[in-house]
Ligand binder design. Structure first.
Ligand SMILES: NC(=O)c1ccc[n+]([C@@H]2O[C@H](COP(=O)([O-])OP(=O)(O)OC[C@H]3O[C@@H](n4cnc5c(N)ncnc54)[C@H](O)[C@@H]3O)[C@@H](O)[C@H]2O)c1
Length: 253
């Protein structure tokens, strides 16, 4: 296996203190990137960075709240200043909710939209400026299977925001091509993380993966990280505005 896929690249992963983001940060580091772990959970973010450094990888932690809209631009510029560039930006931080369509409140709707699409757009807009100046960039956005087919165990407010991420990614792909910037999405299916703990598919016998998922198992954070690695590397240099589904065949378009 070529362990130099993203050698020397500078990568930032939002919400990478745990779960899918942590696995993405680790996979990018394993394949040669210098990784900036960002999260609102200082303890977990620092622990992730410390663990990677202890294994000889180059990683650091920076506290970063993706919904701190007044400071996003300056915070992202400060991250750029650590190494002088940002080659790979992964929008991973997110929250889910489980309210049914007849239960959704305006407060819940706004909360999901704020973190799951508004923050993704404004983070991307700020990093896009940096990537334009570099004439190079890989934008990867973690959407969801729910964003493609509708939310069943996750709320419509969440799945609608994730659907918007798919469209937003295409807008940056359309604008970014001339600057050698690609923008792509990964849509995880049912993936075993802390976020999954509140979702019905984890415990409902009707959702037994051996009966419902062609690959007969739930996904792991590493499954998602492998797709992100590909979209972050120059192996995918002519792929933009696209989506990789990582759902074990549960949803096929
Ligand atoms: N787990 C699944 O089944 C699944 C399925 C589809 C999509 N996803 C998506 O994958 C991404 C990662 O999910 P996960 O399952 O690893 O979740 P998780 O809850 O385990 O981890 C999310 C991380 O984001 C951080 N975070 C939350 N709010 C933040 C903020 N405002 N600023 C910065 N960081 C913040 C958390 O502290 C946490 O470390 C999310 O975008 C989620 O919607 C997950």
């Amino acid at each position: 296996m070529n362990k130099n896929l993203v050698e020397g690249k500078i990568a930032v992963v939002t919400g990478s203190g745990q779960g899918i983001g942590e696995a993405i940060a680790r996979r990018l580091a394993e394949f040669g990137a210098k990784v900036i772990i960002t999260d609102i959970n200082r303890e977990k973010g620092q622990a992730t960075a410390d663990a990677l450094c202890a294994e000889g990888y180059e990683a650091s932690f920076k506290y970063f709240n993706v919904t701190d809209f007044d400071n996003l631009k300056s915070e992202i510029e400060a991250m750029r200043d650590i190494y002088g560039r940002i080659d790979i930006w992964v929008n991973n931080a997110g929250l889910t909710g489980t309210l049914r369509v007849d239960e959704i409140t305006i407060e819940h709707w706004d909360k999901m939209q704020t973190i799951d699409i508004k923050s993704v757009f404004f983070c991307t807009q700020a990093v896009y400026e940096i990537m334009k100046e570099q004439n190079y960039g890989k934008l990867v956005h973690i959407s969801s299977m729910a964003g493609e087919r509708g939310g069943r165990s996750s709320s419509c407010a969440y799945s609608s925001a994730k659907a918007a991420v798919l469209n937003m990614s295409k807008c940056f792909a359309l604008s970014g091509g001339q600057y050698n910037i690609t923008s792509n999405c990964v849509c995880p299916g049912r993936t075993l993380t802390a976020m999954a703990q509140g979702l019905s598919w984890l415990t409902d016998p009707k959702d037994d993966p051996k009966l419902t998922i062609p690959m007969c198992r739930f996904g792991t954070p590493d499954d998602i990280a492998n797709a992100v690695l590909f979209l972050s590397s120059d192996l995918s240099s002519y792929i933009t505005g696209d989506i990789i589904d990582v759902n074990g065949g549960l949803y096929m378009k």
